[in-house]
Design a protein around this ligand. Structure first.
Ligand SMILES: *[C@@H]1O[C@H](CO)[C@@H](O)[C@H](O)[C@H]1NC(C)=O
Ligand SMILES: *[C@@H]1O[C@H](CO)[C@@H](O)[C@H](O)[C@H]1NC(C)=O
Ligand SMILES: *[C@@H]1O[C@H](CO)[C@@H](O)[C@H](O)[C@H]1NC(C)=O
Ligand SMILES: *[C@@H]1O[C@H](CO)[C@@H](O)[C@H](O)[C@H]1NC(C)=O
Ligand SMILES: *[C@@H]1O[C@H](CO)[C@@H](O)[C@H](O)[C@H]1NC(C)=O
Length: 361
């Protein structure tokens, strides 16, 4: 069975984006096109309306490069240039920001044979002195993305590329998005994105300006499921503010009398995780119809009982304390309760793994 692992990680960033008419506020966004020269260059990427600026004010090392021109059409413009770091073990981007502010930080890496060597690079990504991720580029034209939700412990932030072998670290774009302080709260540590999906057969992924926080939502269709969709407006005003297009679709079991299940495995069996599930009733229920289900995980552990998704309004269910699984595997089951006349449903899911910071980073 297809699992949810890595749905985001191999994302090729060019898919047809869904357009939205209203133009949203980009205030607080920092959108760096790494390797864009000269330093004062800016442009608006036409598929997202995001305004990118050169990374030149945030780093003074590295060499600018460009991906193979024939690959350009596959990617949004911020992937066309990059900055590589042939010199030094560790090269850092610096930002002056506000302490205690929560940010979504996203690095994008498109190799595109910029150096003509056709050799796929591997290197590490750090936040301050703490390792955030290992990047292993999978193909010349395969985009890699890493995202983390991180609260600044100081008025500055460092994002660093660290050499781990013979190949040269590089980065295509670096994006910072302020998030509401009250969302994605952890007991300790920051949240590395494992997967963020909405349950829809659509081929398009969603980000800004559908998503005011520019989270990237990948479409996902589970095995033995069917999908529901509505054209009605859904109330998405809870703290998490999922995009309309994410709220308007949902997945149900193909066989209405069966339970719905979702499973994935986290690398690192001690991994601590936070899981956010977004639900909205998007079917017009008759007076005698009830959709009510229990959510359990890993063989019967209780997650939420007697849940009834609210009519055309998003409810987000998450664990306030980190959870782990002895073998890294998570299996969630959504099963109708005795009084329910309709199968369980889910609209969207976010899975994060905790990154602890041993000291202030
Ligand atoms: C970009 O903004 C313009 C003007 O506000 C709008 O017409 C267009 O639909 C937007 N494009 C996208 C992809 O959101
Ligand atoms: C951050 O602040 C320091 C000290 O005020 C300054 O030297 C530096 O240029 C600033 N960096 C950026 C990227 O604004
Ligand atoms: C976020 O919340 C924390 C803890 O409640 C608080 O200390 C901090 O000032 C808040 N930060 C912002 C930017 O509102
Ligand atoms: C749903 O959960 C409740 C409380 O945990 C339990 O009493 C009930 O039997 C469960 N129903 C089903 C159908 O699993
Ligand atoms: C069904 O609903 C009734 C009325 O709310 C309640 O008393 C009963 O316990 C429920 N039965 C089950 C199996 O959940």
């Amino acid at each position: 069975m297809k699992t949810l692992n890595g749905v985001l990680l191999l994302l090729i960033i060019t898919f047809a984006f869904l357009q939205s008419a209203q133009s949203q506020d980009q205030s607080g966004f920092i959108s760096l096109d790494c390797g864009l020269v000269p330093k004062d260059t800016t442009y608006t990427e036409k598929t997202t309306n995001i305004t990118y600026v050169s990374d030149g004010n945030h780093i003074d090392s590295g060499v600018v490069g460009k991906i193979d021109e024939t690959l350009r059409t596959q990617f949004q413009q911020q992937a066309w240039n990059l900055r590589s770091f042939p010199e030094g073990e560790r090269n850092c981007y610096n930002f002056n920001l506000t302490r205690n502010q929560k940010y979504l930080i996203r690095g994008t890496f498109v190799y595109g044979n910029y150096d003509g060597l056709n050799q796929l690079p591997s290197f590490d990504l750090h936040i301050g002195s703490t390792k955030w991720a290992s990047i292993s580029i999978r193909g010349v034209a395969t985009g890699s993305i890493r995202e983390i939700i991180h609260v600044l412990t100081q008025d500055r932030l460092q994002v660093c590329l660290v050499k781990t072998g013979v190949t040269t670290p590089f980065i295509s774009s670096l994006e910072l998005r302020p998030l509401n302080n009250g969302t994605y709260v952890t007991q300790t540590g920051s949240l590395m994105l494992v997967s963020r999906v909405y349950f829809s057969p659509s081929p398009s992924f969603i980000r800004y300006d559908e998503d005011i926080h520019d989270r990237v939502w990948m479409p996902y269709v589970g095995a033995k499921t069917s999908s529901l969709r509505t054209d009605l407006e859904v109330d998405t005003s809870n703290l998490y503010k999922v995009p309309q297009l994410v709220a308007k679709t949902a997945m149900i079991p193909a066989n209405p009398s069966e339970a719905l299940s979702l499973e994935w495995t986290l690398a690192g069996i001690t991994a601590q995780s936070y899981i956010y599930m977004h639900f909205a009733e998007i079917q017009n229920l008759e007076a005698n119809e009830i959709r009510e289900f229990n959510i359990t995980y890993n063989g019967g552990l209780n997650w939420f009982s007697f849940f009834r998704p609210a009519k055309l309004s998003v409810t987000t269910i998450f664990n306030p304390r980190a959870v782990s699984s002895p073998d890294g595997r998570f299996k969630f089951t959504f099963a109708m309760t005795g009084n329910s006349t309709l199968p369980p449903l889910i609209n969207a899911l976010e899975i994060y793994k905790v990154l602890d910071f041993p000291s202030d980073a």
